[in-house]
Design a protein. Structure first.
Length: 142
């Protein structure tokens, strides 16, 4: 009987020590955020029926941010607003990266023969007014 009680105590101590040594990762909070766009390189013209590429340069503010994609707003094919989005995973040990500029490609399918107005959200002013890079582009049919 004494031996059984001792075994139970030893097993209990091993289980308690095992549970205490395990670390539980901090939960991550994930949000999608608009990136601060610093430059956009646009084609001079759009070609009907083609996919045109815009080069978008944005600031990646911390090492917890990664490129998520683009949010395209606008129901008219000739007028679009583009938001560049980053995925932010808060891990409570993010480092600021004030000089981490990334360049990504935005591919735009030209489906209308009308001239296009395409604007990319840059960010906001100190007063909260939204700022854009705006491109008014003619469409050529080849």
């Amino acid at each position: 009987m004494y031996l059984n009680n001792m075994r139970i105590k030893i097993i209990a101590v091993i289980l308690i020590l095992g549970l205490m040594s395990c670390s539980v990762d901090d939960p991550k909070i994930v949000t999608i955020q608009n990136a601060n766009v610093v430059n956009v390189v646009s084609p001079d013209v759009l070609r009907f029926g083609e996919t045109e590429v815009f080069l978008v340069e944005y600031l990646n503010p911390t090492d917890c941010h990664t490129f998520e994609g683009f949010d395209v707003i606008g129901s008219e094919p000739e007028t679009k607003t583009i938001r560049t989005e980053t995925r932010f995973e808060e891990s409570f040990d993010c480092d600021d990266t004030p000089n981490d500029f990334q360049v990504v490609e935005f591919e735009f399918q030209v489906e209308s023969q009308q001239d296009h107005s395409i604007r990319f959200l840059r960010g906001a002013s100190d007063t909260g007014q939204l700022l854009y890079f705006t491109f008014n582009l003619p469409v050529v049919v080849e």
